[in-house]
Structures are given as structure tokens and as C-alpha cells.
Design a protein around this ligand. Structure first.
Ligand SMILES: [Zn+2]
Length: 278
């Protein structure tokens, strides 16, 4: 028989205990009696997601159920711009769901009319929110008015879909309009988002909304010139809508022509003047 500890083991154990007892991880000064609660290592746990092309913090937030702020904090991101290949830690997330706002492949997006430099993303593909009942019928369309989303401030810097969602939130949920005031929003990649269905009168040009189709270009065109793809999409939908409703070039306006506004910005307005001259 021998004792469960020999003297050396006993001394070693005591020293380790003493070290452990004095460890700074026990937290704070010995003068307070706070109970030590270990902080989990911030980056150690959670689903690891590799950022793909086209991802935004908003889309990852929608897919993971975490807020954008949480994703930024946990991953020590310095801005809300993320780059493909970055690995994000998403705590408490078991798997990534589908983005409910995912824009379907081109096969599910209809092209209208004879001009094909654009694709329409129908309203049902990008929002689940209904059109409120407080709308009027459009009746016939006899004029078209061009806007830019720069009139909403800095949101024009966001990804196209986020711009559309922000405007929906502002128009429909805050201002309690029936839906987005514009009928179409032209994206920078040539995708055109259906805003308010064209059978309903729009809410985009104060006191001049009757029989007036509203088309807004995503961006701030007082600050910069629109890109070629986006302009080609605008020109195509303008041609199609003029043909569909029998509207002459002369009856295509910039917002500033009908009410006091810088909209649609000096660069887009200059393009519009050339377009009207045919
Ligand atoms: Zn406008």
C-alpha cells in the first residue's frame, strides 16, 4: 500500500492551485467579489460562411437571421462592405437559409416588348408586401416622367435591391402610400424592378400623377453620369412604354419639368433632352 499522493505530487498540485487562484483570468482586483464569468472566445464558435459574389450584409442577415449590426460586431468589420472570399463567423447559426428576397434567375424574369436591353423583375419576386387599398386606377397613360433615386439621399449608394426595399419601406410603410410611388425602378445592371403596378396611378410627381407613368433610375445623377447598361435599359423601357401607351417623345418629362426638384439630376436630365430630340 502507498499513500494516494507522494510529497512531490502534493507540492506540485498546491502550486498549480495557487497559480490558478492568482490567474488574471479570475478577473478584476481581489478587492471586489465579482463572480468570474468566462467570455466565450468571440471568433471561435459559429457557422463559418464564405462570402460569395453578389452577397451583401443585408442578404447574409436575411439568410442567417442575425442582424447586420451583430455580423459587423462579431467579425470586427470596419465597414458594411464585404468582399468575396471573406469568412464570416455567424454565432448560433446552424445553416444558411435561402434569401427570401432572392432575385430569380433570368428565366423567371420577363422581357417586355420588342426592346431587350432590360429584364423586368416583377413585384412578386422581390416583395411579399401587398399593394394597399388606397390607390386610384391609372386609366390611360399619356405621359412618362423620369426620376432618380438620388432624391432619397444617400440610399443610392446601396445595392439596387436594398434601394428598392428602402423606398418601399419609406413610401408604403412610413408614408402609408399604396406601394412604391414609381412604377418602375431601373437597376444599374439593367434589371428593372416593378414598383407600383402600372394599372394604378403613381405617387411620384406632386399634383402631376394623373395618367403619368413614373420611372426612376437607381443612383444620384446630379453627382455622376449613369452607366451605359443602365441607360440602355432605360431607353428600351421608354421605347416599349411609349409604344404600348402611344406616348410621344415630347411627352416624356424629367421630374424637374413638372414640379420644383433637381430630380432626375443634371446628368440624366441632359441625356433625357437628347432622347427627346430623338
Ligand atoms: Zn423625382
Amino acid at each position: 500500500m502507498h499513500a494516494p499522493f507522494n510529497r512531490r505530487e502534493f507540492l506540485l498540485g498546491s502550486m498549480l492551485f495557487a497559480l490558478e487562484a492568482c490567474s488574471p483570468r479570475r478577473g478584476g482586483s481581489s478587492s471586489n467579489n465579482q463572480v468570474y464569468t468566462p467570455r466565450p472566445p468571440v471568433r471561435a464558435h459559429g457557422y463559418r460562411y464564405t462570402v460569395k459574389r453578389g452577397d451583401t450584409l443585408s442578404s447574409i442577415s436575411r439568410r442567417s437571421g442575425l442582424s447586420v449590426a451583430t455580423i459587423i460586431n462579431i467579425n470586427d468589420l470596419e465597414s458594411n462592405i464585404i468582399y468575396p472570399g471573406t469568412v464570416l463567423v455567424l454565432p448560433g447559426v446552424g445553416f444558411m437559409g435561402k434569401d427570401p428576397l432572392h432575385i430569380p434567375d433570368d428565366n423567371d424574369v420577363a422581357a417586355l416588348g420588342q426592346y431587350h436591353d432590360y429584364r423586368i423583375v416583377r413585384r412578386r419576386y422581390w416583395t411579399k408586401q401587398s399593394v394597399r387599398s388606397n390607390h386610384r386606377a391609372m386609366g390611360s397613360v399619356n405621359r412618362i416622367t423620369i426620376h432618380h433615386t438620388g432624391e432619397h439621399g444617400d440610399i443610392a449608394k446601396l445595392p439596387d435591391l436594398d434601394v428598392v426595399k428602402r423606398i418601399e419601406n419609406y413610401h408604403r410603410n412610413e408614408r402609408k402610400w399604396a406601394a412604391i410611388g414609381y412604377h418602375y425602378l431601373v437597376g444599374r445592371d439593367g434589371k428593372i424592378y416593378e414598383g407600383r403596378p402600372a394599372k394604378y396611378q403613381g405617387a411620384h410627381t406632386r399634383s402631376n400623377n394623373r395618367n403619368n407613368l413614373g420611372i426612376s433610375m437607381i443612383g444620384d445623377f446630379n453627382k455622376r453620369k449613369p452607366g451605359g447598361v443602365q441607360l440602355a435599359a432605360l431607353e428600351s423601357i421608354l421605347n416599349d412604354m411609349r409604344s404600348k401607351y402611344g406616348v410621344s417623345r415630347r411627352k416624356v418629362f424629367g421630374h424637374r419639368d413638372l414640379s420644383p426638384s433637381v430630380c432626375p439630376g443634371k446628368h440624366l436630365y441632359a441625356w433625357l433632352k437628347r432622347y427627346k430630340a430623338g
